[in-house]
Write a protein that binds this ligand. Structure first.
Ligand SMILES: *[C@@H]1O[C@H](CO)[C@@H](O)[C@H](O)[C@H]1NC(C)=O
Ligand SMILES: *[C@@H]1O[C@H](CO)[C@@H](O)[C@H](O)[C@H]1NC(C)=O
Ligand SMILES: *[C@@H]1O[C@H](CO)[C@@H](O)[C@H](O)[C@H]1NC(C)=O
Ligand SMILES: *[C@@H]1O[C@H](CO)[C@@H](O)[C@H](O)[C@H]1NC(C)=O
Ligand SMILES: *[C@@H]1O[C@H](CO)[C@@H](O)[C@H](O)[C@H]1NC(C)=O
Length: 360
């Protein structure tokens, strides 16, 4: 499957390849305007009067927070976020991720949005593990244990710059966000599966997968009758075009030659893989082969729109909302510690949301 094939099927956007110049300009501005000004550039591209019902599955990495801000700033009668589910085998741990989302929703006066967590539920009092736990382990290892080698998740390290920092958004979450009445309660938190079932059975839903696909793949496998309610899936993940400049230059190692493809750290652990797909390959397979229309936003697209110095400076000037301040301060920390992976990802979220807006 080539990138151009994917984008040619992207309704509303004629072709990424043809219009790349436009996207390059459009994305930073879209994000800038949305994040800092709030009310959107109004483009009445919706076919019907019905709001688009949206479910987001996220591992609450910093860029995902930006995407949520963007979405929550939309006019609710056009884009209506129904529910958020937490992927517990990505960049955050379930409890921290839930609290982070709760604080954001409280700040934005959206306390009504349900939040479900993966990796909980599905364990009976007698110790039987049902196959719908959906966290900590990729699907292929579930149903047998809740502990294991974590062969995929161990690619996301625990210490500085890894889960430790993403859990707290580098300490910014508690320092900045107000805390409302909702907080994570172990064993009482609605599960990701419950929340997905509730949201999707209530009507046609557009699903955004911006972490690994574990929760949604389990949902599709357990609820085939609800598949018809999923209108479209937007996936942030993958790396499509291999562009290793092998040629005749044998002085460079394969990981050097392929360094522009994947985003795993360290690079030579697997130069091709992208985290969201790598974390649960079978889940991604299940989603991509579900038969539901999918728009994939791979690293190939992200790489064309890095956060530039100009963008950063412009954002610094537009600090009129708490959301803009939170974004800017998060970005600043990321820049200062050189966590470039996130810089790229922020762009990817922007691309997804941009594509939804142009979806007809
Ligand atoms: C939201 O969109 C609806 C329908 O397009 C419109 O009637 C309403 O004025 C919009 N609200 C805001 C705050 O822009
Ligand atoms: C555990 O409980 C469930 C439901 O009550 C039951 O179906 C299952 O057989 C039990 N498993 C064991 C090992 O006792
Ligand atoms: C592949 O890499 C070469 C050298 O870096 C570059 O010139 C070319 O544009 C790349 N091709 C694609 C399709 O990205
Ligand atoms: C690059 O060369 C190495 C060593 O010959 C080979 O294993 C690898 O598959 C090549 N990669 C690509 C993308 O052609
Ligand atoms: C081969 O790769 C090395 C290391 O990146 C580089 O210094 C050299 O210029 C390359 N040679 C050619 C012929 O591309």
């Amino acid at each position: 499957m080539s990138l151009s094939t994917l984008f040619l099927s992207w309704r509303g956007v004629k072709s990424l390849i043809q219009s790349r110049g436009m996207i390059l300009l459009a994305i930073p501005w879209m994000i800038l305007l949305i994040v800092s000004i709030g009310p959107l550039i109004k483009k009445n591209l919706m076919d019907s009067e019905q709001p688009r019902r949206i479910l987001v599955d996220t591992d609450v990495d910093t860029d995902d927070v930006f995407a949520l801000f963007y979405l929550l700033k939309q006019n609710k009668s056009e884009f209506d976020l129904q529910a958020i589910t937490i992927n517990a085998n990505g960049w955050s741990d379930g409890g921290h991720a839930i609290n982070h989302i709760y604080d954001i929703l409280f700040m934005m006066d959206k306390d009504h949005i349900p939040v479900g967590v993966g990796g909980e539920g599905g364990i009976l009092p007698n110790g039987t593990i049902l196959p719908n736990v959906g966290g900590f382990l990729p699907i292929i290892d579930q149903g047998m244990s809740t502990a294991g080698g974590c062969r995929y998740r161990q690619a996301i390290w625990v210490g500085p710059n890894g889960r430790q920092d993403i859990n707290s958004n580098f300490g910014l979450r508690k320092a900045f966000l107000p805390q409302g009445g909702r907080k994570y309660t172990p064993l009482e938190q609605p599960t990701a599966q419950q929340v997905m079932i509730n949201a999707i059975s209530a009507g046609p839903t557009t699903v955004f997968l911006i972490g690994s696909h574990t929760n949604f793949a389990i949902f599709l496998m357990s609820n085939p009758h609800l598949k018809k309610n999923v209108e479209h899936i937007y996936v942030m993940g993958g790396a499509i075009r291999s562009n290793c400049s092998n040629g005749t230059n044998s002085t460079r190692s394969e990981s050097e030659q392929c360094s522009s493809i994947g985003n795993l750290h360290p690079k030579d652990s697997n130069p091709y893989a992208e985290y969201n797909i790598f974390s649960d390959p079978f889940a991604a397979y299940t989603v991509l082969h579900s038969g539901i229309p999918v728009t994939l936003i791979p690293l190939d697209a992200t790489g064309t729109i890095p956060v530039s110095k100009d963008f950063f400076i412009e954002l610094e000037k537009r600090q009129n909302t708490y959301e803009a301040q939170y974004c800017y301060q998060s970005l600043k920390i990321i820049r200062d510690i050189g966590r470039l992976i996130n810089f790229m990802r922020i762009m990817t979220c922007g691309t997804i949301l941009w594509s939804v807006q142009h979806y007809q």
